[in-house]
Design a protein around this ligand. Sequence first.
Ligand SMILES: [Zn+2]
Length: 868
Amino acid sequence: MPGRNLTRDEARERARILTVDAYDVDLDLRSAREPVGGGGQTGTFRSRTTVRFRCTEPGAATFLDLLAPAVHSVLLNGRKLDPAEVFDGARVSVQGLAEQNELVVDAECAYSRSGEGLHRFTDPVDGETYLYTQYEPADARRVFATFEQPDLKAPFTFTVTAPAHWEVLSNTAAQGDPEDAGDGLRTWRFPATQPISTYITAVVAGPYHVERDHYRRELPDGSVLEIPLGALCRRSLAEYFDADEIFTVTKQGLDFFHDEFDYPYPFGKYDQAFVPEYNIGAMENPGCVTFREEYVFRSRVTEASYESRATVILHEMAHMWFGDLVTMQWWDDLWLKESFADFMGTFALDEATRHRAGWTTFANRRKAWAYRQDQLPTTHPVTADIRDLEDAKLNFDGITYAKGAAVLKQLVAYAGRDAFFEGARRYFRRHAYGNTVLGDLLEVLAETSGRGSEAMAEWSRAWLQTAGVNTLTPQLTLDGQGRIAELAVLQQATEDHPELRPHRIAVGLYGRDAAGALVRTARAELDVTGGRTVVAELAGQPRPELVLLNDDDLTYCKVRFDEDSLATLRDGLGDITEPLARALAWSAVWNMTRDGALPARDYLRLVLRFAGQESDIGVLQSLHQQARSALDHYTAEAHREEAGRLLAEGALRELRAAPAGSDHQLAWARFLAQTAVAPEQLQLVRGLLDGTETVEGLEVDQELRWALWQSLAAAGEADEADLAAELRRDDTASGRRLQLHALASRPTAEAKAAAWHAVMDADDLPNALIEAQISGFQQAGTRELTAPYTERYFALLEDVWESRTIETAMRIVSGFFPRLLAGPATLADTDAWLAGHPDAAPALRRLVLESRDDLARAMRAQECDAAA
Ligand SMILES: [Zn+2]
């Protein structure tokens, strides 16, 4: 569609000549009373926008963004414009602007089923309909007419008419009680927001279950800050909703951020809504944060899930200042808010909540995301070059979030914690309600860090403006007495990204204590620069069992080991007592596996041998994921079956050994469900489901039941009738999603065809159900059944990109890529498509290039494994 993809140049031009003074947005949601119909009938609603704006060049022309099926009328400064002339489906063009302008656009907008714009969901449990908005980066234009760019901030006044029994929320608290609007409807009026960007405006509406609490704080000037708190979920989830725990973390976060930022929360109330079929983790709409409702736990989850939810709550809260109060000018600087919020989420988790393992999780899970992304051919500097909205959409990636956060962690090591927070405080005061670019952050850091502006510019160039990850390797020379003569750190870069960087790192030496545990015997902290840096401080130390570079995880790099250290890990990785050091060792051997520097079966042996000793539940769960991935993608074909059998046997052994009722027991039960292949394992799975088998302390609740069914389905031991019966037990949104996943996992050509067609032929399937079916389709044990789809996949790519919304298209393009079929034929097909489509949308090419790289990596790793 013309004009759908707003460019940076267009946005700059609008910002040059326009200042927006106010939006009034009136939404009539009466049509949402009806349940969502099938067959693409998601329905429409009335949306009336009045926007007042100034123009520095009277007579000039501009446009508003609006993705809507129809526009009823357009009024510019009292003058009627013909919608057929000025509206093309994506933009409302206006000419002859005055100095002061008032534009009224009365439109018919469409509800969304893809989570972009105003999403509409009907609960299968009670037939109630729930709505919420999600806009970032540019979907407010699906709900009202807007200048859809972050630097045209304005106060927004929302008015919403909806069924009388609903709750309706927005960024501000509704003014008084909603008014009766007749016909079983009421009208909610929300006072103007502070000046904010369009992408963080929000409306949440439906018969939500609401819990309330309150936060109160005395400010340094003696005044009192009161923040009403709300927490919402669907009614049918209310029995599982632990709002108390959510409020506890919320208050701890508000305390922490007020202590550190010294800028009172500027947006009044703070509601947190857990919403269905949500595409992402959460969104930082000021005063009205939305979360994926999987964070309302229907069944037992491990402590890692509570930790992850708390991190997300704190990440979004950090955005109230970094992102909402001060906002990037354009999506090039998305990292300004995301890196910061990602870093602060873990920082606040560690300092302010009961969760103690935040930095271990960060080192092990979050950084794995960054390392993967940073080695793709499409990687980019943390500060990106974002030409348009499609670029922006793909930039919510492992670089912008995880690498950026890791780089800020390195900045704190480099500049000091106090300097970092003083910099943040100045940044908020200086730029409140404004927009910023990289230079604005560097300016405050140069002031507060004492490193000076030249050093900050150099640091920024090395870390923010160049791409790629460095590899650090220890080089150890011993003297005649078996002591360290010299320990050096070698730094490498890649051909594509040759930058060597200054790293502030710690180096740990480890030895065995009397009980045989691997403990740190010496530590040095130093600046590593260039290709080789000598760690002078550690000369003369006794020969260590293990040299761990980047101990304490201060910098962002890949770490390798010397031969002796690697031998120590093979025999005793689990003997490292310090959880963070152990997590770093796990992370390093995982990176080696992915790089084809350690055979996948060696990695699986490490997991089989030491995962049972892993005390950190988050690390254990990521080991399970990585083991599954090592088996599916990196193990040589000839050894895959045997390796899979050993992994499942190990899972069963550890399940039996885990303490009754522990998180570890639950994690191993889930892992067994993912790996079971042998008859006796599948028999246990079936027995757990029908109650003929038990594992002491393990409660087989609904989510675990689905995981067990999934296991049987993938093995061809659950049919449609079995899964339909389970759905009758759990006919909920989650149940329907998990049933589709299990159905698609079955090892039959019919099951694969059904999943393929369900995704490719329907255009109103929510992304949650698309993901479920793609994931079942790509069940590793059924890979040969997916081979016939490779050709169809490549033939349909451009069609999918053109015809679906970008959120859905991204899922289909990456999801259906034949990633389980790693081999020369798939690689050749991929290369042929890339060569034949040089002009395909850059964002589409990026997704295919990334999948190609994963495939080539899998082939290298399999070769390494085959040669072992
Ligand atoms: Zn964020």
